[in-house]
Design a protein around this ligand. Sequence first.
Ligand code: ZN
Length: 190
Amino acid sequence: MNQSLRFQVFKRDNFRCQYCGKESGEVILEVDHVTPKSRGGSDNIGNLITACRECNRGKSNVEIIPSNTDIYAIEFRKLCLDGNRLSDQIRDLEKQLKQLYSKYRENRIQQHASLIKSTQYDIDTITESRLRTDYPDSTWKDLNEFKITNYKFIGYLQNEILQEESKNEVNVTFNLDKPKKSYFDGVEHL
Ligand SMILES: [Zn+2]
């Protein structure tokens, strides 16, 4: 069995013997076939499980297959691990979404701020002749109307910025019951 597959199995099983629950460091971990190779079990990761040397030897010496209860406990643990991995991925996604959204908001605020600047510049520099040349299609009657409209626009942009800034961090949570690590405790003595 190649090292990368071994590592994948260990990683999936949190570097913990799936029979006795001891961790790497306490025990030497090996990869065990749930359905033994001698009984047609494959090298597929679904048939592989992390076992400490002691549990593995104990099994292979007497050549017993796990009892039904063991199989259910192992399956249960594997599903819990899958669940934990998924919930980790979901938390990562939530984090990414929050970051993206906050970048989006920063960007929006910056855009608004620069629009305010350029609008203020337009107001400060507008002349009768520019009003006719720069805005040939406009319906503004005079400079005053131009300024009022643009000040309104600035007011609108400022309000948008205030609203953007007053929002709290976006609440991105997926509506899922998160698997708890403590689920493991329940199967420890199955
Ligand atoms: Zn063990």
